[in-house]
Structure formats: C-alpha cells, structure tokens
Ligand binder design. Sequence first.
Ligand SMILES: [Zn+2]
Length: 192
Amino acid sequence: MNTPAHVLLAVAMAGKPDARGRNTALVAGALFPDITMFFMVGWERWVNGMSLDAIFRDAYFSAFWQEVFAVNNSAPVFALMLVVGIALRADWLWAFGLAALAHALLDLPLHNDDGHPHFWPFTDWIYSSPISYWDPDHYGVQAGWVEAGISMVLAVILLRRFIGIPARLAIVAGLAIELMFSVGGHFIYGEG
Ligand SMILES: [Zn+2]
C-alpha cells in the first residue's frame, strides 16, 4: 500500500483523541517501514544525481538498499515490539509495533517484484505476489482503486473520531496524498 494508507489504517485501528503519545507512535510505526525508501530516493536523487526512473529501476534493487530495507520491514521485529509493549504496558511501544507490523503484513501480498524479506532475520525469502499495489502489469490499477476506497472509509472513521481542527486537516491532507498516489498516478500516465 501507499504510505498514507498505512498511516490512516494504523490510527483507525488504535488511535484515540486523548492519547497523544499513542497516536504519535501509531503514525511513526506506520511510516517507519518506508522511511529508508524515502531516504534512498533523496540520497540517490540529490546526492548522486540519479533520475527517478533509474532509482526505481536500479538503485532500489541494489544489494545495499535491499539489505537496508530488510532491516526496517521485519515483521518478527515488529511483532516482538508489540508483545513486549503489551507486557510492559508501554503504550508507545505496542502502538509502534502494531502499526509497523500491520504495514509489513499488508505490504506482503501487494508487491510483485519489489517486495521485501518480511521475515528477516530468520529467512531472506521474498514473496512475489500476483498483485501489486501500483504496477499496472499486475492489477495495480484495480488495487489502487480498492486502496483508494478503503482509505476513504478510514478517513471518514477518523473524521468522526477526531474533531479537532489540526487533526481533521491532517486526515484530509493524508487522504489527498493517498488518492494522488493510488489513483492519480495512473490517470497521469494514462494507465487503466
Ligand atoms: Zn511499505
């Protein structure tokens, strides 16, 4: 899934208006598995001057970046955080683990040739799903529409739960970015 959908889902799962620390941990945990990818894009684009095309064709699949991605897409590590967080009654820890675990488990069935070894460090196995959350050659257009629909439902749930203006602005902004990626990109490239 696209990053904003992961965030909307995480906050919908366990977010509460009066639990700031928990909400922050949910957002951070949902973002965490994608953070190294954003860093990679920035590094290769602005430091090494690569084109975005080359970044997603070559750099993304380099042994170095694949190993970096493995570390922060590890479902077992996130599951451990969730369990230890519950045991210690540490809101921030279980919320972070829950959000990151949900992110990894939802990425698993939605990546075709660009997935991650989600069960690292136990195995380097990478699942190649017939469905991609973005690739038009692997139902990416249809998956984008489904993801957009789910994201709208999640946004409505969140808008009903969070009535503060800043929170509502953040929810609407998150949904707008999500729709731009999940369906907007396919329009721009004339796919689907
Ligand atoms: Zn991801």
